[in-house]
Design a protein around this ligand. Structure first.
Ligand code: HAM
Length: 419
């Protein structure tokens, strides 16, 4: 029987790891610089957390969750995203008593049973950031600056920042009524999905990709014209900050996002050149979620960046990342009597903090070939002659030079060679 990986997952092979390490270091460094602290939550949570937090009528909850019952009969779900778990942890750990707002980041896998395609996986990875406890448009700005700077400082080109406001429970219902009325007037034209969406998730009709729905979307009322004064002020202030900083963005009245918790600001970052799944990042404000999950009324805003798509964009744009370091020293040994002294040498080097590995066997030629293939810069040869003299031969693999070094001076000689 031959096993293959589950559909929609991938093996992240050693040759791709430099991208992942670079991205993780980069996102983490920026997040810390911007005042975010790391929070790790479990990869699985109680199913109800997502049903309630993300929204029972969303695609994520309705169709995409990896849910199971454990041996104790508990209903659990592999997290499809980080926000609900982060808010649960904020409430459960009493973070409300910490200075507000609390700025948290996390990174790791999430799981969605989606139809796999380029850039869309069933095990995906996100870098996630949240600011919990501030109603200020400055918090929205901070979140957007972090999202923007992550991509820009990676050197990614052709980005666009899509921005919209989806209002709040005060102003959204009357907008939805107007949107529904508009759609009822065109009911014979729109697709069956939109007919259904009008009942279950009306804002999502604006997101429909079907040709027949495009004229109806183009003529639909715009939510930004229906915002209450609080939402309109919030949006205007945020835009004034972005304008003042010269951060380009596109107002996108069709941007509604697929999760139920959003209020006011929503945004996405789109990248060119990676096909249909061009959203590399998405987020927004969610002022009702903390309360919905049993905490006190607490405004919040955040985003998540998809790491697979970040890797794809970097590769598509030919952005180089530094290679991962490999051990610079390779210990070569010849004959049975040399094996133990070679292992002792290996351990000595490692204890001195010098990266080293050892050949598992083979002729002198084959061991040297291995050393070169593994990217070593120095080979240390332990053979009969060396043993008799109580030292090793140090060979500089790039220059092809070699010399005898007494055992007590090996670490210093290696360090000198490596500069
Ligand atoms: P989201 O838009 O569902 O938002 O996901 C954020 C990003 O994760 C997407 O822009 C995309 O890059 C990546 N992503 C999502 N699904 C997949 C997939 N199946 N395969 C590959 N990449 C994917 C959220 O998850 C919200 N929790 C973001 C947020 C945080 N809002 C507020 N705080």
């Amino acid at each position: 029987m031959k096993f293959t990986r589950p559909t929609g997952t991938q093996d992240i092979l050693p040759e791709v790891q430099p991208y992942w390490e670079h991205i993780l270091r980069h996102t983490t460094t920026l997040a810390r610089q911007y005042g975010f602290a790391r929070l790790d939550t479990p990869i699985f949570e109680k199913t109800q957390l997502f049903a309630r937090g993300v929204g029972a009528g969303t695609d994520v909850v309705e169709k995409e969750m990896y849910s199971f019952r454990d041996k104790g009969g508990h209903e659990l779900t592999l997290r499809p995203e980080f926000t609900a778990g982060t808010v649960r942890a904020y409430i459960e750990n009493g973070m409300r008593v910490a200075p507000q707002p609390v700025k948290l980041y996390a990174t790791g896998p999430a799981f969605r049973y989606e139809r796999p395609q380029a850039g869309r996986f069933r095990q995906l990875h996100q870098f996630n950031a949240e600011i919990i406890g501030s109603p200020s448009p400055l918090a929205d700005l901070e979140i957007m600056l972090l999202a923007w700077d992550i991509y820009e400082t990676l050197g990614i080109q052709g980005l666009s920042f899509q921005l919209n406001s989806t209002g709040c429970p005060k102003c959204r219902p009357s907008y939805i009524e107007e949107l529904k009325a508009h759609y009822q007037a065109h009911f014979d034209v729109i697709c069956d999905d939109c007919k259904r969406r009008l009942e279950t998730a009306p804002l999502r009709v604006l997101d429909c990709k079907k040709d027949q729905c495009q004229p109806v979307i183009a003529a639909a009322p715009k939510i930004t014209a229906h915002l209450c004064s609080e939402c309109a002020d919030h949006f205007a202030t945020l835009r004034s900050y972005l304008d003042d900083l010269g951060r380009p963005y596109t107002l996108n009245h069709r941007l509604v996002r697929g999760l139920d918790y959003y209020t006011k600001t929503v945004f996405e970052v789109w990248a060119e050149g990676i096909g249909a799944q061009s959203a590399v990042c998405g987020g927004g404000r969610y002022d009702g979620l903390v309360q919905l999950l049993g905490g006190p009324a607490t405004p919040a805003v955040g985003f998540a960046a998809g790491l697979e798509r970040m890797v794809m964009v970097m590769q598509a744009q030919g952005i180089a990342v530094p290679p991962l370091p490999t051990p610079p020293v390779f210990v070569v040994h010849l004959g049975k009597a040399a094996r133990l002294p070679a292992v002792r040498l290996l351990v000595t080097l490692r204890q001195a903090g010098v990266g080293a590995q050892i050949a598992m066997g083979g002729s002198l030629r084959s061991q040297l070939r291995q050393a070169n293939k593994r990217g070593a810069r120095i080979a240390l040869l332990v053979g009969e002659d060396e043993l008799a003299q109580g030292g090793v031969t140090l060979r500089d693999l790039a220059r092809g030079e070699q010399r005898y070094v007494p055992l007590g001076q090996v670490v210093a000689a290696v360090r000198e060679r490596l500069g």
